[in-house]
Ligand binder design. Structure first.
Ligand SMILES: Nc1ncnc2c1ncn2[C@@H]1O[C@H](COP(=O)(O)OP(=O)(O)OP(=O)(O)O)[C@@H](O)[C@H]1O
Ligand SMILES: [Mg+2]
Length: 279
């Protein structure tokens, strides 16, 4: 574990717990909004003037796969609902948002992400790749930020605070779930629930280990030649107990999960929203 949690990350750990409740929140000043359209979860987070997360909402939905919007109408409807859920909690309207895309893909190929946000009633102010978004929270100057999501593993290599390389590979939590389903002869949905429960991780580890090693190999391939000294793991799949040790042993580079893996990227993308309505 890293000892230098940024204030955002420390606060994130607190807020993440309350992210899906309906508890009202009072917030003053300009707000910034981030939308993370994922294969597994679509997440919205709102940060205040100082960049601290104030409210978030997320839902498991099959509208995006491996960074591609599969169900446009479904995605728009989902973002609209999450938006209105947050608006009710904070008693204010949201007007702008930044949105994530997978890394290593030309923006021209993922304009759909911006269109989803706009169709949901938010002016899209920025389109940011996932690990770069995550780094707005982590503030890594040198190292690799790895977002292990549902469908893909996105990587950004940073040198002196600049992103020098990004890539995205189609292996993630979905593949862990598939091997769990196969090994236990259960449905994908059942395996997903089993896998997300921390109490089952030690027991499932031998089954998912080859997938975690594959993810480690992808990271090793992508950071080769960049002199990376530390790997930071975010994304929901980084919540799987033991992933950091596997990635570290495959790559030979120390790896940590700084905390709240599901919410680092969504909060980070909110920090890229340049709209900041005065409410
Ligand atoms: N506690 C947990 N333990 C293990 N895996 C988890 C846990 N919570 C969530 N996950 C997994 O994290 C994945 C979703 O993570 P995330 O929301 O970062 O992905 P995504 O953004 O939807 O996908 P992508 O970025 O690949 O499009 C799912 O595969 C889910 O099963
Ligand atoms: Mg993601």
């Amino acid at each position: 574990m890293t000892s230098t949690l940024s204030p955002n990350l420390a606060r994130l750990l607190e807020v993440a717990d309350r992210a899906t409740t309906d508890a009202p929140v009072t917030v003053t000043g300009p707000l910034r909004v981030g939308v993370d359209l994922g294969t597994a979860y679509t997440v919205i987070f709102v940060v205040d003037e100082s960049g601290l997360p104030v409210a978030g909402a997320y839902r498991f939905a099959d509208v995006v796969r491996d960074g591609v919007v599969l169900d446009y109408a479904g995605a728009v409807d989902l973002v609209r609902r999450l938006k209105s859920q947050i608006e009710q909690r904070i008693g204010r309207g949201l007007t702008t948002a930044a949105v994530t895309i997978p890394p290593g893909v030309p923006v021209s190929e993922v304009r759909s992400h911006g269109y989803v946000v706009e169709a949901a009633g938010l002016e899209c102010t920025a389109i940011v790749d996932e690990p770069t978004a995550a780094n707005a929270v982590l503030q890594v100057a040198d190292g690799a930020v790895v977002d292990v999501g549902g469908g893909t593993t996105g990587i950004a290599v940073l040198r002196d605070g600049e992103v020098v390389a990004t890539a995205d590979d189609p292996t993630g939590g979905t593949h862990l779930t598939l091997v769990v389903a196969g090994a236990h002869g259960i449905s994908f949905e059942e395996a997903e629930l089993l896998k997300r429960d921390q109490r089952n991780h030690a027991r499932l580890f031998p089954v998912v280990r080859p997938v975690l090693e594959k993810i480690g190999t992808l990271v090793a391939d992508r950071i080769r030649g960049y002199d990376v000294e530390q790997i930071y793991l975010v994304g929901g799949t980084s919540a799987f107990t033991g992933i950091a040790d596997v990635v570290a042993s495959v790559t030979g580079v120390p790896a940590v999960v700084p905390g709240a893996p599901l919410f680092v990227t969504p909060v980070g993308v909110a920090l890229h929203d340049t709209g900041g309505d005065a409410g």
